[in-house]
Structures are given as structure tokens and as C-alpha cells.
Design a protein around this ligand. Structure first.
Ligand code: BGC
Length: 755
């Protein structure tokens, strides 16, 4: 009866009531956190007036067209208040038109939340997240996320489905490109930086979007590296390795989380109350929105945990998935589920609350529309492009540089550029390319041509073979070009569709006959460098052994080609470090630096130790590795104390000197090993890093602090603990080698001591 009366109120009247009530609440509120109390009161006010259908409507997210248009049915649903959110609808024209219907024609005028995958840029593309992580530059990650947010928000997008914070230790998995790589410490730091970049301190601002930490959880550990596959993992590994980046995202204020497609220990993440209710809500006190992944509610049927759509809705709602992406079982079965008591109205209300809360936090009730002029003036600003170029250059990792093959001397007059990927615009739009347009981007060939435009240098381009390199027919032309030149740049790697979602591989070699092409160029005996463009570690043993220079450039975004030229010609000194291990062969996978020790560590002469009989244990390139055009000397490791109490810090310092001839940047890395503990601890764990810029000849002291938190771990009962014992520290420029020191954690601290 009460509902019926409210439903008949005119929209204007409802609006007035809401407004007056909000004012009244605001006036009454005396609490310090008045803002958030007011939001909760506004939510209660709306909830009290919503029909069950309208509530379920808020829990529905539907897909738009891939080009950004909404679908005709969205208008009708918006008018009825049955569409909480969309994904992919973007651009001021489209978002405003649909929003207008929701805000001006629906009964309760609740605005629509527009989501989109702004993963490494909206219109201006930055390097893929794996590449950007190779910069080890947290400010850069924050900056690129902020630029992406500015562009996206100006185009009517409120919510990005990023950052993806899945730990990825398996390069067969195509989505490793979207991750921050294999390490929890680096991953957590990147997660924080990206959330801050997207959201700032307040994501209602017109230059910010709401972030979404995804995919919760452990999606990166799919068995066999096959996308969407099962994950079976100990709670220790889950909590120590896979969850820290999520917790860091939550602590940085991430407004939303997305569930993952996989099962975790038998329970699909979308129906996993251990993840969603126990960890996320109860332990971490998350009060934002949880969205399913694309049709992952419907997929509960194929996972074999729901008989039909109704059961799928029931278990995911009860588990704590608030919003359903694309499939529609919440809407189709919600009313029946409430009626039969299988889902309580409280569960529905709580989910709706989470949706409304982020809509209020985004300021959508006050400012539901985007501004066309702002969009025009924001998209592709020259300074955004310049930043994209700088960040791309920072992401490149120099894997090999024999006899200073690189940088290319600007006096070289004839350069051959080989490889179809060198000049393929479409392939500059790497997986998750947002709203980027191929015509905006600079290919590698273009970048090189522009770099030498003012010089009398001749550039000859030959593909050698087409994109997937299945024929040797044009190898001859490439060889001619190389023979006729003083230097050759060979671009090889993966096309965009080989990385990303649903792009798992069992073979990590260069696709097609690309290696054969490199070999025939190699045979010319002329100097050359290989530029790799790819989304994952590749098995490149032949190159590592034979090619004079290898520059890993990932998929590097709109300005990638210009940035590659900057590095090839030495205007920028490469400084990237691998955020992920490069294995020698697929059989070694998973291979990551922070493994546990075994009871039988490798001894080459002893058969009964942990090793392969047909491959070394070691990677081709370790985590943290990357060269520079200059050389750095790291020495004089000092610990401010060699014995501390459990609640004390240790300060670790080293001197870093640029002993080469060029200015450069080094990433100094601090690793720790807990030598004896109540559970086996990894052979090394990253616990700190500093990215420092040093002029040729410059020397500086770098100091890092280990805190009790850095030394804590989960005991046998999975409780965080700090134990007494001996610790080893390693400081260097990769996860292998480095200076070593030790300290003790004990009951009594001894006086300060230097070694
Ligand atoms: C992906 C998500 C993405 C969603 C929406 C899914 O297939 O797993 O990462 O956000 O699609 O595009």
C-alpha cells in the first residue's frame, strides 16, 4: 500500500522530497564524517522508495556496442529504472543521451553508472600494464592512470575495470600482459599507484574515475596457464602471494572489485563467500561495489554449481556479488528468490546499497552528465601524448647489448628496418586498447623515420614476411636490405591478438618463421638489434645466445614507435627491469624468483637433487633484470643494526655509482631471506626498491628500511607473525646476485653496528 502510493508520486515531487530530505539530513548531521553519514541516509531514503524490480535493476549491468553506442533496449530499461549500469557505452553524446532518460524520465531518477575497460589508457594508450610495471616507476603508473581517467571521465565514463592486479607467474596465460607480473610486493605497489591515479583522493572529481581491482581472486593461477581454467591453491599462497595487491588496492580506496571467472579450490569466485564476505567485507572492511565478471554469474551453471539461472543468481547474491555483468539472472529470478526466502531482502538491499553508495561517491546525483567541450579539450592533449612517450621509453628492457651495439650511432647513414610489426598501425592498438584509434599512433618505422628526418640517413623498410610470418618468400628482400645497410633493426614478436584475454599459448617461441628471418639477417654478419614487441615473456634462447642486442619493448601504446626510436638512438637510456621471469623453455613454467627452497637444492653433480635432466633450473633472464647504456656499481652495503627486536626496523644502505659514460637510471632492489622459520620461507623476497637517476660519474647513497611488516609471514595457523632468527639481505640490480648482508631478530637489541 505504502509502495503503491509512493510509486504514484510525480517525478518532480519525488525529486523535491529527496532534495528536502537531504538538506534536512545535512542540517541535522553533527557528526565529523557528515558527508558519509549523509550518503547513507540518502541511500536509505531511496531504498525505502524502491520497488523490488527497481532494486534488481540497479544490480544489472548490460553491454553496449563495441563502438561505444548504447543499445535500443537500454533506453526502455533506463526509463523504467531497470538499468543500473552499462559497460562499453562511452563518449559524451552516447552517455548523456542514455543518462538523460534515466535521470529525467525514470521514477526515482537514479543515474546510470558507465563502466569501461580503461586498462592502459582511454584514447592515449600507454604501455600495457606489464610493460609499464617494467619501469618500476610508481609515479609514472599513477600519472598514466590519471591521464586515462581524465580522458575517460571527459567522455562520460565513470568507472574503469582496472587495475588488474592478478599475480601472474605463468607466461602461457595471455592476460599476463595486463598484470604487474609475478611479484606480490611490486604488484601491491603498482596496484596502489594505479588506484590513486584513477581515483585521486575523491573520484567524484571530473578528472577521475572509480577504479576496480580485478579479478578477485587468483585468476592468474589458472592451471596450465589456460585462460578461465581451474585454480587450486593453498590458503597460504593465496594470502601471501595473490591477495596483497588486492588488499593494497582496497587500502588505496578502490571503489569496486570484480570477481574472477575461475573456481578457487572448487568454488567459483563469483559464488565464493570466503573471498567476498569473509576476506573482502569482513576482514578488509570493504564498503564499495562488487561486480561479477562478464557472464560469470551465468557460468556458474557450466561450473556445475548451479542447476539453472535462478540458482546461479541465488548463490552469487548470497555469496556477495552485488552487480551482475551481462547475464540477467538477478533480474529474471530475483523476485522469486526473495519470495521463496532463498535470498533475503536484506541481501538485495545490501547489494543495492553498495551500488548506490558508489554512485553517490562519484557525484552522479549532482552531476549526471558529461560535458562535450571538456571531452573535446581533454582527449589526446599533446602533453598526454608526450607523457605516453616518456613512460613507454621507461618501460623498455635492454636484455642484451654486446659490444655496445646500441644505441645506434646517429652517423650511421643507411639503416634497414625489418619486420611486419615495425609498421603495422593496427598492431599498435594492443589488447584492451580502450577507445584508441590506430591512426593516432606512431609505428616503430615512423618513429625511426622521424628521429632521423633531419639527418642524411636513409631508411629502407622490408617486412621480410607478413604479420604471422608463415612464408620465407620475401626473406631475400630483407637480406638485401640488411646487406645494403650499416645497421639493421629487426622488429619481431606477437601480434595484438596473441596477447590478452583468451590468448593462452603452449609455445612461447616467436610465432611463425620470425626466428628464421632473424637468422638469415644474422648470417649477413652486419650489426643488428632485435626489438621485441610482445605481451609476455618469450623463449628467446637463440637470440640471447647469438644476437648482439635485444630490446624488449612490450606493446607500448600510442607513442610506442617514437619512444622506441628515442631509446634505439640513445636519446633515452633504457632503464626497465623485468617484472617477470623469462624462462628458457615452457617446461620450466611456473618459474619465478621467490620460490621456496627444496630439501634437495640443486647440485649439478648429484642426480638426486631438484633439477631437470634436460634443462637448467635457472631462467633465461631473471626477475628484476635489465641493462643500461651505462654501467652502475653498487657497493658498500651497510645495515644500521645487525640485531633488532621484532618490532624494530633495519636501515639498509648502499652506494650506487654511475661508472659509465652516459647519464642513466638504475633500479636498486632489496631482497630478504628468512633463513630459519616455523614454515619454509622463499629463497628471496623483494621488500624494497628505488629508482634513481645518476649522471655519468655520479655517486649516491641509497637507503631502504625493512620494517617488522616486511619480515612478517603467516605461521602454521595462517596468523601473521614475526619470529626471531637470522635474516639475509641482498641488494643489487636484479633478483640474482647482489651484495649480501645478515642481521638477527632477537629478544634484545644490541648496540648499533656497521659491517
Ligand atoms: C574480462 C574483464 C573485463 C570484462 C568487461 C571480461 O571478459 O575478464 O577483465 O573487465 O570482460 O569487458
Amino acid at each position: 500500500m505504502r509502495l503503491a502510493i509512493k510509486r504514484n508520486l510525480s517525478p518532480l515531487l519525488v525529486c523535491l522530497i529527496i532534495f528536502n530530505a537531504s538538506v534536512a539530513f545535512a542540517q541535522k548531521s553533527v557528526r565529523a564524517n557528515r558527508q558519509s553519514a549523509t550518503v547513507e541516509q540518502k541511500i536509505n531514503f531511496l531504498l525505502a522508495r524502491m520497488t523490488l524490480a527497481e532494486k534488481l535493476g540497479q544490480l544489472q549491468q548490460l553491454d553496449g556496442e563495441s563502438d561505444g553506442r548504447f543499445r535500443p533496449e537500454h533506453l526502455e530499461l533506463a526509463r523504467k529504472g531497470l538499468l543500473g549500469s552499462t559497460l562499453n557505452v562511452r563518449g559524451v553524446k552516447q552517455t548523456n543521451e542514455l543518462q538523460r532518460v534515466a535521470v529525467e524520465q525514470s521514477r526515482l531518477k537514479i543515474p546510470i553508472l558507465f563502466g569501461f575497460d580503461v586498462i592502459h589508457g582511454y584514447r592515449t594508450l600507454f604501455p600495457i600494464p606489464l610493460g609499464e610495471t617494467a619501469s618500476w616507476d610508481l609515479q609514472a603508473a599513477e600519472k598514466s592512470a590519471h591521464i586515462a581517467a581524465q580522458e575517460a571521465r571527459s567522455a562520460g565514463v565513470h568507472w574503469t575495470f582496472a587495475p588488474m592486479v592478478d599475480i601472474a607467474r605463468d607466461p602461457r596465460w595471455g592476460r599476463i600482459m595486463e598484470s604487474a607480473g609475478e611479484d606480490a610486493f611490486l604488484g601491491a605497489a603498482m596496484a596502489k599507484a594505479r588506484v590513486q591515479g584513477f581515483q585521486g583522493g575523491d573520484y567524484s572529481q571530473i578528472d577521475r574515475v572509480m577504479a576496480c581491482a580485478k579479478h578477485f581472486a587468483a585468476y592468474g593461477a589458472a592451471e596450465g596457464g589456460r585462460d578461465y581454467n581451474t585454480v587450486d591453491m593453498s590458503e597460504r599462497t593465496l594470502r601471501e602471494v595473490y591477495l596483497p595487491p588486492f588488499e593494497a588496492a582496497k587500502n588505496a580506496g578502490a571503489g569496486s572489485f570484480m570477481t574472477s571467472f575461475n573456481t578457487l579450490n572448487g568454488v567459483p569466485a563469483t559464488a565464493n563467500s570466503f573471498l567476498l564476505r569473509q576476506i573482502l567485507r569482513s576482514e578488509w572492511k570493504f564498503d564499495g561495489l562488487v561486480v561479477s565478471d562478464y557472464t560469470s554469474v551465468a557460468e556458474l551453471i557450466k561450473h556445475g554449481v548451479a542447476r539453472d539461472g535462478s540458482e546461479a543468481a541465488q548463490i552469487s547474491l548470497n555469496a556477495g556479488t552485488d552487480m551482475e555483468m551481462v547475464s540477467r539472472f538477478y533480474n529474471q529470478s530475483g523476485a522469486e528468490l526473495v519470495k521463496s526466502g532463498k535470498v533475503s531482502i536484506k541481501t538485495i538491499n545490501d547489494a543495492v546499497r553498495n551500488v548506490l553508495r558508489v554512485k553517490f561517491r562519484l557525484g552522479l546525483f549532482e552531476r549526471p552528465y558529461a560535458d562535450e567541450n571538456l571531452e573535446k579539450n581533454t582527449i589526446k592533449k599533446p602533453e598526454f601524448l608526450q607523457t605516453a612517450r616518456e613512460i613507454a621509453a621507461k618501460s623498455f628492457v635492454l636484455l642484451k647489448n654486446e659490444k655496445e651495439t646500441l644505441p645506434i650511432n646517429k652517423n650511421v647513414r643507411k639503416i634497414a628496418v625489418i619486420g611486419a610489426l615495425a609498421d603495422d598501425k593496427a598492431n599498435t592498438l594492443d589488447w584492451w586498447a580502450g577507445d584508441a584509434k590506430a591512426e593516432d599512433s606512431v609505428t616503430i618505422l615512423q618513429g625511426i623515420r622521424e628521429k632521423v628526418a633531419a639527418l642524411p640517413t636513409k631508411i629502407r623498410f622490408e617486412k621480410g614476411c607478413e604479420l604471422n610470418c608463415d612464408s620465407e618468400k620475401d626473406f631475400g628482400k630483407a637480406v638485401d636490405a640488411a646487406k645494403d645497410s650499416d645497421f639493421t633493426i629487426i622488429v619481431a614478436g606477437e601480434t595484438r591478438d596473441i596477447s590478452g584475454e583468451a590468448a593462452s599459448r603452449t609455445n612461447l617461441d616467436l610465432p611463425g618463421k620470425q626466428l628464421d628471418l632473424i637468422k638469415v639477417i644474422h648470417q649477413t654478419g652486419k650489426p643488428y638489434a632485435v626489438v621485441l614487441k610482445n605481451g609476455r615473456p618469450l623463449t628467446i634462447n637463440w637470440l640471447a645466445e647469438n644476437s648482439p642486442a635485444i630490446l624488449e619493448t612490450w606493446h607500448s601504446g600510442t607513442m610506442g614507435g617514437a619512444a622506441i626510436a628515442d631509446v634505439l638512438f640513445g636519446d633515452v637510456n633504457p632503464s626497465g627491469k623485468l617484472p617477470v621471469t623469462f624462462p628458457r623453455n615452457v617446461g620450466q613454467i611456473p618459474l619465478f624468483y621467490n620460490a621456496l627452497p627444496t630439501g634437495r637444492p640443486l647440485e649439478t653433480e648429484n642426480r638426486y637433487t631438484s633439477k631437470y635432466i634436460d634443462s637448467p633450473n635457472t631462467p633465461l633472464y631473471p626477475f628484476g633484470f635489465g641493462l643500461s647504456y651505462t654501467q652502475f656499481k653498487i657497493d658498500n652495503l651497510r645495515l644500521d643494526k645487525t640485531q633488532i627486536k621484532r618490532n624494530e626496523n633495519v636501515k639498509i644502505s648502499v652506494d650506487v655509482e654511475n661508472v659509465g659514460k652516459r647519464d642513466g637510471v638504475e633500479v636498486v632492489q632489496l631482497y630478504v631471506r628468512d633463513l630459519v622459520a616455523s614454515v619454509s620461507r622463499p629463497v628471496k623476497e623483494l621488500k624494497g626498491f628505488r629508482r634513481i637517476s645518476l649522471r655519468a660519474g655520479e655517486k649516491r647513497t641509497v637507503e631502504m628500511t625493512l620494517t617488522p611488516k616486511d619480515l612478517s609471514f603467516l605461521n602454521q595457523k595462517l596468523q601473521p607473525t614475526n619470529e626471531d632468527g637470522d635474516f639475509q639481505v641482498f641488494v643489487g640490480n636484479s633478483s640474482e646476485g647482489g651484495l649480501e648482508g645478515t642481521f638477527k631478530v632477537g629478544q634484545t637489541a644490541v648496540a648499533e653496528k656497521k659491517n
